[in-house]
Design a protein around this ligand. Structure first.
Ligand SMILES: Nc1ncnc2c1ncn2[C@@H]1O[C@H](COP(=O)(O)OP(=O)(O)OP(=O)(O)O)[C@@H](O)[C@H]1O
Length: 238
């Protein structure tokens, strides 16, 4: 369960990026966060993976108060959270395999298990022919899938994605959304910030709308198992 109580965030004094945010996202929910550019979507996501500390209020994940974490506790909390960044943040000089393996290396996994797990997820994402390519040799959709593989490879409790379909064509958008749904069906709580009205409308999930740093619509929590009958296995060709 993700909970925000009376959260406010100001990057500069007297300019609030977020105000009076009260929000509950139950475990296993799938929510979209939307609103115009500058509404505060990225700021809210950054609070969830403790990249930022709120100026006011509390952020709790499974009862753990992120606003009271010491520096040394932050990496521990982040282990259970997969993040897909707006600009992917792939390491340009590392291969696809290495970019995804990093998640497991920092968790102390053995090389053989890392190899198996990384190959498995990259194959599921249709990237088995790109294992030794570096990110700049990949299309936008392929880079996005590598970023998603890196976020999902350790089956995180929570998946957070910031504008994950921004530069993708319709086919790649659908593939990415299917991976989100698949992760959600395996129990991962999914929080996606997006401008993309079509993505939201086609997904039939809870929508939280921000305007000028305030929640103007909370939506209804998604029903457990909703849509599960129509979720394909998420595999992508090519
Ligand atoms: N590092 C920063 N320093 C100062 N102000 C910031 C910083 N990051 C964001 N802001 C401000 O906080 C507000 C919310 O920004 P945020 O990036 O959260 O919006 P957003 O809804 O994600 O926008 P977009 O859809 O364009 O990514 C904006 O007014 C923005 O200018």
């Amino acid at each position: 369960m993700i909970q925000l109580h009376n959260v406010g965030m100001s990057y500069q004094p007297e300019v609030a990026a977020l105000s009076d945010i009260n929000l509950k996202i139950p475990k296993g929910d799938f929510v979209f966060l939307t609103g115009q550019s500058g509404a505060g979507k990225s700021t809210l996501l950054k609070l969830l993976y403790a990249e930022l500390t709120p100026s006011r209020g509390q952020v709790l994940i499974d009862g753990q108060n992120l606003t009271r974490l010491s520096r040394s506790q932050i990496p521990l909390v982040r282990r259970s959270i997969g993040v897909v960044f707006q600009d992917y943040k792939l390491l340009p000089n590392r291969t696809v395999l290495e970019n995804v393996a990093i998640t497991l290396e920092v968790l102390g996994w053995g090389q053989r298990d890392i190899g198996k797990k990384v190959f498995h997820i990259l194959k599921r994402m249709g990237l088995e022919s790109k294992l030794n390519s570096t990110p700049l040799r990949l299309s936008g959709g392929e880079q996005q899938r590598v970023a998603l593989a890196r976020a999902l490879v350790n089956d995180p409790k929570i998946l957070i994605a910031d504008e994950p379909t921004g530069n993708l064509d319709e086919e790649n958008k659908e593939a990415i959304l299917n991976f989100f749904k698949e992760a959600n069906n395996r129990g991962t709580t999914v929080v996606v910030a997006t401008h993309d009205r079509r993505v939201i409308e086609n997904s039939h999930r809870r929508v939280i709308r921000l305007d000028k740093g305030r929640i103007v619509d909370q939506g209804e929590p998604s029903l457990p198992g909703e849509e599960s009958a129509e979720v394909p296995d998420g595999s992508v060709q090519g």
